[in-house]
Design a protein around this ligand. Structure first.
Ligand code: 4NP
Length: 152
């Protein structure tokens, strides 16, 4: 039907959370989609999501403990219909990976949640548990809007 790759810097805080939330929404909607996440950086390749992302996900009934970080690949631009970044620096980094010809729609997650009045999902890595609660709220709104957009 469609396919979505969520991208952030490390693939341990925001994009695995977005992947987990979106997977849940797609499952609840009875749909099938190829869903993944990746980081533009390689520092955390093979690592499980940050414990604070895992905790906020679990608090909301979503288990992301099985996810493992991977780095973005140029081929992803031809594997996924949507490539969804979290902030402007993700978009800048995505540009550097972008092949000359590809079929992906590269967007910011919060493009799909205009009612929030926010453009980006801030990096919570150096933040507190409260920042991860906010990350969850933003990611959830973006994921809901993205699914709605794909369905219509
Ligand atoms: P993420 O957060 O991009 O949401 O996964 C970060 C995780 C790790 C680092 C930066 C951001 N880091 O610098 O290691």
């Amino acid at each position: 039907m469609s396919s979505v790759l969520f991208v952030c810097l490390g693939n341990i805080c925001r994009s695995p959370l977005a992947e987990g939330v979106f997977r849940q929404l797609v499952l609840e909607a009875g749909l099938e989609m190829q869903i993944d996440s990746a980081g533009t950086g390689d520092w955390h390749v093979g690592h499980e999501p940050d414990v604070r992302s895992q905790a906020v996900a679990l608090k909301n009934g979503i288990d992301i403990s099985q996810l493992r970080a991977r780095q973005l690949e140029a081929q992803d631009f031809n594997r996924f219909r949507f490539i969804i970044g979290m902030d402007d620096s993700n978009l800048t980094n995505l540009k550097a990976w972008e092949p000359a010809n590809h079929s992906a729609d590269v967007r910011l997650l919060l493009d799909f949640a205009p009612h929030l009045g926010l453009r980006t999902v801030p990096d919570p890595y150096y933040g507190t548990e409260k920042d991860f609660e906010e990350t969850y709220r933003l990611v959830r709104a973006g994921a809901e809007g993205l699914l709605k957009a794909i369905k219509t």
